[in-house]
Design a protein around this ligand. Structure first.
Ligand code: WQD
Length: 331
């Protein structure tokens, strides 16, 4: 199939493009490079040994999106493009709502105009809010603690309502837990602009000496060691989950958790990283980060049952692959 991947030069997008190409699909990437670099295109080609088509556009630009659909036979869309920094979304709500929600509407409208009936959406476990773990797809969503999470919940609603009145339209809403790690080649991985918000890139930069020490945001949560628990999933497992969703898609709306089902605390992750890579990661305990929840991990049986997909890579592999990329990344 010929797949339009928005945000395809980004962290999860680039890994998914490689998985798509290795599964025999062809890929058109649309990305505005606001949080990624065009070098990703060459790396995707080098790793997959396949060609890709690239458009440097903003997917909120209706005319630019229409140009792609008008000039290419598109069989499906995977929509990654979006702003994704939780803290930043609190500071810049309008930018987040505009970028993340309008892009979903522009793409859905283009699918309607050009008869494209397969849509995979990059959603997030954030939409569950502070629910009871493990999070299950059938749960009622609670208000999230930030505009970023609300843009994901709104986009899910838009796609659901559209699919409900367009019977041939199929949409998979993929709720990611915490993507970490990198392609085993060490050529692509997570290199956020500026100081990382997320735990794993912060840990790898401390290990490299680029950052002084890790601040652990609170050790007074009701968890095994007081620190926050998350469901870390290898980005290659996540990428393979997208291919499985795309290839198994039937009409209607399908919601899937993409997680491992295993919770890991901050201190457990730090210990796993140190042991996997035989390196020290100095840290200090500081106050909780506003908006954080204590525990977040997936109930994973639905994706296994319906897509035949489950995460295969363990936390040691995630730590090793993340570290290999950091060492290779000269930024
Ligand atoms: C993980 C744990 C922190 C940094 C967010 C988004 C989610 C998704 C992934 C986009 C928490 C602790 C972190 C640090 C720390 N993003 N931590 N020191 O907040 O679970 O999820 O990123 O889709 O939507 O909400 O990820 O990596 O920021 O935090 O102690 O310097 O690590 O408190 O317990 P989070 P995270």
């Amino acid at each position: 199939m010929n797949i339009l991947v928005t945000g395809g030069t980004g962290y999860i997008g680039s890994h998914t493009c490689i998985a798509l190409l290795e599964s025999g699909h062809s890929v058109i990437i649309a990305d505005n490079l606001s949080n990624s670099k065009s070098e990703s295109i060459k790396k995707i080609i080098d790793i997959s040994k396949k060609e890709v088509t690239f458009f440097e556009i903003d997917v909120t630009d209706e005319e630019a999106v229409d140009h792609i659909f008008r000039n290419h036979e598109i069989d499906g869309v995977i929509h990654f493009a979006g702003l994704k920094a939780v803290g930043e979304s609190v500071e810049k709500p309008l930018e987040y709502y505009y970028n993340n929600v309008v892009s979903t509407m522009v793409l859905t409208k283009a699918c309607q105009t050009y008869g494209v009936n397969r849509f995979v959406f990059s959603s997030s476990a954030t939409v569950y809010g502070d629910n009871t773990v493990p999070f299950v797809e059938t749960m009622s969503l609670l208000p999230t603690t930030n505009p970023y999470g609300e843009t994901k919940a709104m986009s899910e609603r838009i796609l659901t309502d559209f699919a409900n009145v367009n019977p041939s339209f199929s949409v998979s809403l993929l709720r990611y837990f915490n993507p970490v790690g990198a392609h085993e080649s060490g050529l692509i991985g997570e290199s956020p602009n500026g100081i990382p918000n997320n735990l794993m890139p912060y840990v790898t930069q401390v290990a490299k000496g680029k950052l002084h020490n890790l601040r652990v945001f609170g050790n007074d949560y009701p968890t095994i060691d007081g620190t926050g628990i998350r469901d870390y999933i290898h980005v290659l497992d996540l990428a393979e989950g997208h291919v499985a969703a795309l290839e198994n898609q039937t009409e209607g709306v399908h919601v899937y958790n993409l997680g491992t089902g295993k919770g890991t605390s901050v201190l457990e992750l730090v210990k796993a990283f140190e042991e996997a890579n035989d390196i020290e990661v100095p840290f200090e305990i500081v106050d909780r980060r506003p908006g954080d929840i204590a525990s977040c991990y997936a109930e994973t049986s639905k994706a296994k049952r319906e897509l035949g997909w489950s995460a295969k890579r363990d936390i040691v592999t995630m730590c090793r692959d993340a570290w290999r990329f950091e060492k290779n990344n000269m930024e």
